[in-house]
Every structure is written in structure tokens, then in C-alpha cells.
Design a protein. Structure first.
Length: 415
């Protein structure tokens, strides 16, 4: 494959982190193994990036740090909030366009690639540059089924309503539509987002999971074994309504497994409600709330369990699912969003999420099947490790992006 000159936009980019910063760093690092890569990111990440490169040099990886002018960011330090972050992100996208345009005149890029933020309802002004533009993988098109809202409480319903409204407004931003139309290739993390991208005018859309694991993570998680009895289910993440942990508790109670345990690792505004629900369902003595733990302790809890229960309702990624699979833990999830793209019938259960009652029954049946067969657990555990090693490493994702770059650059040459 001919080495190319790649320009990336990574609003979040940090070594040894998960979620958005991890996506930004790992994609850049892997692409730079085969291509000369320039990454525009924020000054916030300079210390950790430079420390990592000093220890593990990457000769083909170059960083350009851009922040808003001082006069335009006086408000940035005044408190916190999602709206403030989105405004900063939007203004930063404008600012880096001018830096990217100068860089392109100097270097002559073959491909421009927007990596983070990984959401489709925010524009990338780098799409205005002459080279072929690749957008993503992006998510955000995932939604909690409306029939599930009645179980969210007023805070959850308000959150979902505001999210739907914000997404509708952003979809009608002419620059978001321009980004979609100018994309040589739009990468969607899920089929739900792919539908949205097509509706915005993206000509060519491919599905590519935003999730990946490093070889180091896979090796560490690979040391986990399947513990002895009692059977333990675990849910890991922020305790938010859309994570669906209340569905996991209802299903666990319905499964009626007196020898089993259900561990919940994480914290959030749903904590009190979930503890109350466990008491109301008469399973409080089988449920353990561990609260928020450091990453290494969280992975230790995962290692002590048999099955991950992850009934998230709108999630483009689902890193905890890939970590569980790498640790040899079957996953029970809903047939929605990012988790559903990772789980196969050999590695877990994807429960349809059309009706609230049927979903709880489906989760419960999956729990009972896993509780009733140690052979099934062991077989799924083996297949889970194989799946991660074959399809969800960052190195594999870097190779796949390289092929997409080559295709996009050839198409531009032909035109």
C-alpha cells in the first residue's frame, strides 16, 4: 500500500484513556504505522501526548496543537455544562479549519479524516478542504425506544426529550448537512447512525465500530478465568437511566436464581432508585452495589464474575462489552446500538427491544440459560476471546482504515 499523507481532526486525543480520547489517540497511532499522519488536537492533551511519544516514539506521527484565541475562550473556565462544551467544540472546528488550510498548502494531504468527537450531529469544517474527506466513525443516531421512556422517571424523560430536540436542531445546521454531502466516505458506528447520515446526504456510508482494544489490554484481560460458583452477573458503567440497569435488575428478579449474585459497578443519579428497586424486587440480598471504582479494581470485579449484563439503550460504542469479551465473559445486551454490533450468537445474547415487558422477559431467559449450563458459559467464553482477537484490535482497525484511505484516494484520482 502506497504511504499517504493524512490529516486528522481529533478534538479528544490522549494515550491510555478510553472513550473519545482513546479513540482519537489509538486511531492516530495505528494509522501512523503506515502513513505520514498529522493530527490537529487541543493544547490540553500536549503533556500526555509528548510524554508518551518520548517513551514510545512514532516517527510518522505529528501533532499540531490548536486552541481558541484568548479573547474567544474567556468563558471556557466559567463553570461546567454540556452546552458550553458543544459551543467550544463548534468554535474549535472553525479555528482549526484555518490552521488545516495552511498545513495543506505546505504539505499537500492525500486524505482528511475527522475522528473525534465521534458524533454525527456536529460539523467538520475540514470537509471544505480539497482532499477526499472521511467522516468518522461517528455515532449519536441511537435512541431509546419510546415505549421504554415511561420507566425512566421525570429526569430521564426530560433528558431524552432534550436530546431528541438537540439532535433535530443540529441535523438542520447547514454545515452538518454540508459535512455529510462533502464526505467521500462517512463511517457510522451503528446502523442507526448510518440511516441518519444517509438522510443528511452522505453519498457513501459504511459501518465501522468505534470500539477497539490494544494488544496490552487484550493480554491483561486474557488472564481472566471463569470463576467457580456462585454464578455472578455484573453491570458496569455510570448509573444513568439509559444504561438500562433497572432492566437488568428486573430480569434478574424474574429469573429467580437464588444461588446467583448480581454486581453493579458504577455511580450516578440512578443509584438511589436502583437500590430501592432491588429491595422492592426482593433481591437486595443478592445484589451488591460497589460504587465507582478505579479502572484496575473495576477489571478485577469483572474477572470475578461470569456474565456481563449491559442493557444500554443508546450507545455508539460500548467499551465495557469488548473488555468483557476479551476477558472471556459472555455478554447479555439489547439489540440496539454499539453493543449489538459486537455481540454474536456465539458470544452472548442480543435481546430485541421493542416492548418493555418482552425485553425484561428476554433478558431473564438469557440469564436462566447461562445459569443452567456451565458448558454454554465455557463455549461462549472461548468464542468471545476469539472474536476480540480477530475483529476488535486497534491494529486491525488501523489496517481497515488504511484500505479505506487507499480506496478514497484512488476514487479522487479517477475523478
Amino acid at each position: 500500500m502506497k504511504p499517504l499523507k493524512i490529516l486528522m481532526s481529533n478534538y479528544a486525543c490522549e494515550p491510555h484513556e478510553g472513550s473519545e480520547p482513546g479513540v482519537g489517540w489509538n486511531i492516530a497511532r495505528e494509522v501512523a504505522r503506515n502513513h505520514e499522519t498529522w493530527v490537529i488536537t487541543r493544547e490540553d492533551f500536549r503533556p500526555s501526548i509528548e510524554a508518551e511519544l518520548a517513551e514510545r516514539p512514532a516517527p510518522q506521527l505529528h501533532f499540531v496543537y490548536v486552541d481558541l484565541p484568548r479573547w474567544a475562550r474567556w468563558w471556557w473556565w466559567q463553570g461546567e455544562g454540556i452546552l458550553k462544551m458543544h459551543l467550544h467544540y463548534y468554535l474549535w472546528q472553525i479555528a482549526i479549519y484555518f490552521e488545516a488550510r495552511k498545513l495543506h498548502h505546505q504539505i499537500g494531504f492525500d486524505i482528511v479524516h475527522h475522528v473525534t468527537f465521534t458524533r454525527y450531529w456536529g460539523p467538520s469544517f475540514l470537509s471544505l478542504l480539497p482532499p477526499p474527506f472521511i467522516w468518522g466513525p461517528v455515532g449519536g443516531g441511537e435512541s431509546a425506544p419510546r415505549s421504554f421512556w415511561k420507566d425512566f422517571g421525570y429526569k430521564g424523560i426530560l433528558f431524552e426529550s432534550l436530546r431528541v430536540a438537540a439532535r433535530w436542531i443540529e441535523e438542520h445546521d447547514p454545515f452538518v448537512r454540508l459535512t455529510a454531502r462533502r464526505s467521500a466516505l462517512a463511517l457510522a458506528a451503528t446502523e442507526e447512525t448510518a440511516i441518519r447520515l444517509r438522510s443528511l446526504g452522505a453519498k457513501l456510508v459504511r459501518i465501522l465500530s468505534v470500539v477497539g482494544l490494544s494488544g496490552e489490554d487484550i493480554a491483561q484481560l486474557g488472564d481472566c478465568t471463569m470463576p467457580d460458583a456462585p454464578l455472578r452477573f455484573v453491570s458496569i458503567g455510570r448509573l444513568l437511566h439509559w444504561k438500562g440497569f433497572h432492566l437488568g435488575l428486573q430480569a434478574f428478579a424474574e429469573a429467580a436464581l437464588p444461588e446467583a449474585e448480581y454486581w453493579i459497578v458504577g455511580d450516578g443519579f440512578e443509584s438511589k432508585r436502583l437500590k430501592t428497586l432491588a429491595r422492592e424486587l426482593n433481591v437486595a440480598d443478592q445484589v451488591c452495589f460497589w460504587g465507582e471504582l478505579p479502572r484496575h479494581e473495576t477489571l478485577n470485579k469483572l474477572a470475578e464474575c461470569h456474565v456481563l449484563v449491559h442493557p444500554s439503550m443508546h450507545e455508539a460504542g460500548g467499551w465495557v462489552c469488548s473488555e468483557a469479551l476479551a476477558a472471556g465473559k459472555p455478554v447479555v445486551c439489547l439489540d440496539l446500538g454499539g453493543p449489538a454490533t459486537q455481540i454474536t450468537k456465539e458470544t452472548g445474547f442480543k435481546v430485541p427491544a421493542r416492548d418493555l415487558r418482552q425485553t425484561v422477559v428476554g433478558l431473564s431467559e438469557a440469564m436462566k440459560q447461562l445459569a443452567g449450563s456451565r458448558a454454554l458459559l465455557e463455549r461462549m467464553s472461548e468464542k468471545a476471546r476469539e472474536l476480540i482477537a480477530q475483529e476488535y484490535t486497534w491494529s486491525q482497525k488501523g489496517e481497515e482504515l488504511g484500505l479505506l484511505y487507499a480506496h478514497a484516494s484512488r476514487e479522487e484520482t479517477i475523478r
